[in-house]
Design a protein around this ligand. Structure first.
Ligand SMILES: *Cc1c(COP(=O)(O)O)cnc(C)c1O
Length: 375
């Protein structure tokens, strides 16, 4: 058998992407041009917000978002330990303290009750993450924020196209929301990110901070505040515009692959699949992560699958147990038991929009037989 290996993820890039990127290359304007603005307009309209500001990564979006909420050194920001590391690092960038609370065992998102208990007089904001594309409990989180006068920054980097429990598209609630376009996301700009907001003064501040703190237009060189180079290139924006035209198709393709997995893996004893949508909430499918049956050695599963040409990954590890966080904040394990248990059992399987039925079948039969063999 010489079957092609199946990767964990793979972007779907077509002719339109090649065409638009090439047109930018030939135009001579590679930064700060019309394509970036076009991408922002398309994005804002799709989400249903007034403003979208493109930046160089999801992490850059989060950093500017934390600054936009006025987070200062010594402040506390309540967030989840079960996420990609950037959602906690962005708090430390501003010398504030990430205050972790445990997660809900079903949705894997931050537990709203625990959020409420963690509020102190140093708390400045709440930073929920829509993990694996499943919407966080925004209704409760917004209520808690209102009660205590806190800001809310949504890390929506995994949730483009999803909807919260009120049926509102993720990013359209009025909170500042951050999106990311790394190649494994629902759509890609190679590297890139976006911040959405409803306030024009905030939009202007974001535009300025991503561009060295400039004020008063590009004709003048005047720096009114501390700024960064968090700009998105025109090449990335072109990729974004082209991908955006296909966004519904890309999201549908992901949902199709997820449905196939759900069906094929439903019968495995002790295996936990991603939770189903509740009420009006809609997951935007980002990756396909299962929790292995208890007593199954995850490292063996990963190794056996790799032998068969099927990629998989222990994903994701708990943020507070990363060496940097252990050292800096003294975490030792045991602090957030739900998160830690989930992090130990989670396995990401290959997942991308162009995945064929037979590729999903192959992953599922190799996975099923591996589990049966090592049980
Ligand atoms: C992808 C992602 C980001 C942003 O990542 P970048 O690589 O900086 O674009 C942030 N938070 C979460 C939860 C993510 O999945």
């Amino acid at each position: 058998m010489n079957e092609q290996p199946i990767p964990l993820s793979r972007p779907s890039i077509g002719e339109k992407e090649e065409e638009l990127v090439l047109s930018v290359l030939r135009s001579g304007t590679l930064a700060l041009g019309d394509m970036g603005m076009k991408f922002e307009q398309l994005f804002a309209r799709y989400i249903g917000v007034d403003y979208a500001v493109s930046v160089s990564s999801g992490t850059a979006a989060l950093h500017l978002g934390v600054r936009a909420l006025g987070v200062e050194p010594g402040d506390e920001v309540i967030t989840t330990p079960f996420s990609f590391i950037a959602s906690a690092n962005c708090i430390i960038f501003e010398k504030a303290k990430p205050v972790f609370v445990d997660i809900d065992p079903v949705t894997l998102n931050i537990d709203a009750d625990a959020v409420e208990e963690a509020v102190t007089d140093k708390t400045k904001a709440i930073l929920p993450v829509h993990i694996f594309g499943y919407p966080a409990d925004l209704k409760r989180i917004d209520e808690i924020a209102d009660t205590h006068g806190l800001g809310v920054l949504e890390d929506a980097c995994e949730a483009l196209g999803g909807a919260d429990e009120d049926g509102t598209r993720i990013g359209a609630r009025g909170n500042i929301a951050c999106f990311g376009f790394y190649p494994n996301k629902q759509m890609t700009t190679a590297e890139g990110g976006m911040i959405t907001c409803a306030d024009i003064e905030l939009r202007d501040r974001l535009l300025s901070e991503r561009n060295q703190g400039r004020v008063g237009g590009m004709e003048r060189v005047e720096h009114g505040r501390l700024g960064y180079n968090y700009r998105m290139s025109e090449l990335s924006a072109a990729l974004g515009v082209a991908q955006f035209e296909r966004l519904d198709e890309l999201l549908d393709a992901r949902a199709r692959v997820a449905a196939l997995y759900n069906k094929r893996l439903a019968e495995i004893d002790g295996l936990l699949l991603p939770c189903a949508d509740r009420g009006s909430a809609r997951r935007s499918w980002f990756i396909y992560v299962v929790q292995l049956p208890k007593d199954v050695d995850r490292e063996i599963v990963i190794r056996e699958l790799a032998k068969k040409g099927v990629a998989s990954k222990a994903y994701m590890p708990a943020i507070h147990l990363q060496p940097y966080y252990r050292e800096r904040y003294g975490f030792e394990g045991g602090e957030f038991p739900v998160c830690e248990k989930v992090a130990l059992r989670s396995l990401a399987l290959p997942f991308f929009p162009d995945m064929t039925d037979s590729q999903v079948d192959r992953v599922c039969s190799e996975f099923t037989s591996t589990l049966a063999r090592i049980a």
